[in-house]
Write a protein that binds this ligand. Structure first.
Ligand code: C2G
Length: 131
């Protein structure tokens, strides 16, 4: 069974996120999604999510091609996650291109998928504030 993992904040879950998750699942048989905790999101991006970690986790668990949701608590857990969950493939959007190539040393495939254009959580917030 080919096991795939991806990481993200996934706030205000939208079709760009879903497109990424759908393509990630298509690369294997089992998809794990590591969602940034509220604390890490504040640290990582100095941003506050609209939805809490528990709400974001619940939404992702409702997506039929997501098999497991785990917390992303820091930048450095990826290598441990790869070992703990026996990951074959790491996937993320190409806004991160090159940033996670070091994971190849752990024997996993690292794939950067094209982002879905014109949609982002930031854009949604801006559009709602300035209709
Ligand atoms: N994404 C996408 N198209 C969009 C928006 C997002 O393909 N229009 C992808 C991103 O490239 C990422 C995933 O959806 O792979 C989640 O996006 P974010 O929640 O913005 O993730 P980010 O905050 O960049 O956190 O350790 C890695 C980080 O946790 C990634």
């Amino acid at each position: 069974m080919k096991r795939v993992i991806t990481y993200g904040t996934f706030d205000l879950l939208h079709y760009g996120h879903i497109n990424l998750l759908k393509r990630a699942k298509a690369l294997g048989d089992y998809l794990i999604v590591a969602v940034s905790t509220d604390e890490f999101t504040r640290l990582k991006k100095d941003k506050k999510c609209y939805f809490s970690y528990e709400q974001r986790k619940g939404l992702l668990e409702s997506v039929r091609f997501v098999d497991l949701v785990i917390p992303e608590e820091n930048w450095d857990q990826k290598i441990n996650d790869i070992k703990e969950y026996h990951i074959d493939t790491f996937v993320i959007g190409d806004d991160w291109k090159g940033k996670f190539d070091y994971l190849k040393d752990e024997g996993v495939e690292v794939i950067y998928l094209p982002r879905t254009p014109e949609i982002s959580t930031t854009q949604i917030k801006e559009d709602l504030n300035h209709p």
